[in-house]
Design a protein around this ligand. Structure first.
Ligand SMILES: Nc1ncnc2c1ncn2[C@@H]1O[C@H](COP(=O)(O)OP(=O)(O)O)[C@@H](O)[C@H]1O
Ligand SMILES: [Mg+2]
Length: 299
């Protein structure tokens, strides 16, 4: 994102906050975002599946991509048992043949326990990206779930999306891991803006404190723009819906976490970068980010 884009984002944020207006979700809008955050177990997959399901419910053509390639679980959250996965795409299966659908969400499943898929190289990633791009006419909303950590797959999937959503919980370790993740995305992949989403907060002020702490270190050491999203409370119905294999926004639409996710989807739509960018970014759904740091240094 350029500085002009950042300024536009901040202006839209200020406007949406001052007017208190509720943005409606446009079913035709084009969205590509990645959910990441560094630490495992912070709720990335839960958020990915529920955002995809919510946009689908509002009429968007939503596709979820399980980018946690070797520890896949989006299929479980959607109640699906895939027989094919992205590994088959690498072995020549047309990507349409691995697509599954449940609760209005189409899924590109990964393969749990696949060492091979977890450790693909840049050229295999390029094959996957090209295959996913070929679906960009058919879907307008792409939600990419990523794995924990700052491994190459996770960073490549995160930086390929127009919008990056960093999920963190109020625990210090999670904040540290979110910072580590932002640092790699900013210094190696040129990320200049990210959404920050606090999950499993016990009170709204806990979410605000977490945002303030992370923002302080990001401002000091990275200087990239951070846009806070509304917090998701700790909510026991999240696990019930996960066990049932139904997205929470459908299983318990009025649960506190569901209501938070609805607010988040609206806020993202008000501020998203997805529809901006050059013609090149519009033709290709996923961006191929040049890892400039990797080219300059030896390990
Ligand atoms: N807001 C929440 N309230 C209660 N439990 C949650 C919440 N968000 C996530 N969880 C639970 O935390 C666990 C980890 O969530 P998951 O989405 O798998 O995290 P990740 O993908 O980051 O590893 C799951 O058991 C999930 O049900
Ligand atoms: Mg996950």
């Amino acid at each position: 994102m350029t500085l002009d884009d950042q300024a536009a984002t901040l202006r839209r944020l200020a406007k949406s906050q001052s007017s208190g207006s509720v943005t409606t979700i446009d079913p035709q809008r084009r969205r590509v975002f990645a959910i990441t955050g560094g630490k495992g177990g912070v709720g990335k997959s839960m958020i990915a599946v529920n955002l995809a399901a919510l946009y689908a419910r509002r009429g968007a053509r939503a596709l979820a991509l399980d980018g946690d390639l070797g520890m896949a679980d989006l299929n479980l959250l959607l109640g699906l048992a895939p027989t094919k996965s992205l590994l088959d795409v690498l072995q020549g299966t047309p990507i349409e043949e691995i697509l599954l659908e449940a609760h209005g969400v189409h899924l590109l499943p990964a393969l749990n326990g696949s060492f091979q898929l977890a450790n693909i190289d840049a050229s295999a990633r390029e094959v996957l990206f090209t295959a996913v791009d070929s679906l960009s006419e058919r879907f307008n909303t792409l939600v990419i779930d990523t794995g924990a950590g700052i491994g190459e797959n996770t960073m490549a999937f995160a930086s390929a999306a127009a919008d990056v959503i960093i999920v963190a919980t109020p625990e210090p370790l999670s904040i540290a891991d979110a910072y580590a993740c932002l640092k790699v995305l900013a210094t190696r992949h040129g990320l200049t803006h990210a959404f920050l989403l606090p999950n499993t907060v016990r009170s709204p002020s806990e979410g605000e404190e977490m945002i303030a702490r992370l923002k302080a270190i990001v401002d000091r050491f990275l200087g990239i723009a951070i846009t806070p999203l509304p917090s998701i409370p700790f909510d026991p119905t999240v696990r019930v819906a996960a066990a049932a294999g139904v997205p929470l926004v459908m299983h318990n639409p009025d649960a506190p976490a569901s209501r938070a996710i609805k607010k988040i989807a609206q806020r993202i739509d008000a501020l998203s970068q997805s529809e901006q960018g050059s013609g090149e970014a519009q033709r290709q759904w996923l961006r191929r980010m040049f890892d400039f740091a990797a080219q300059k240094q030896t390990p």
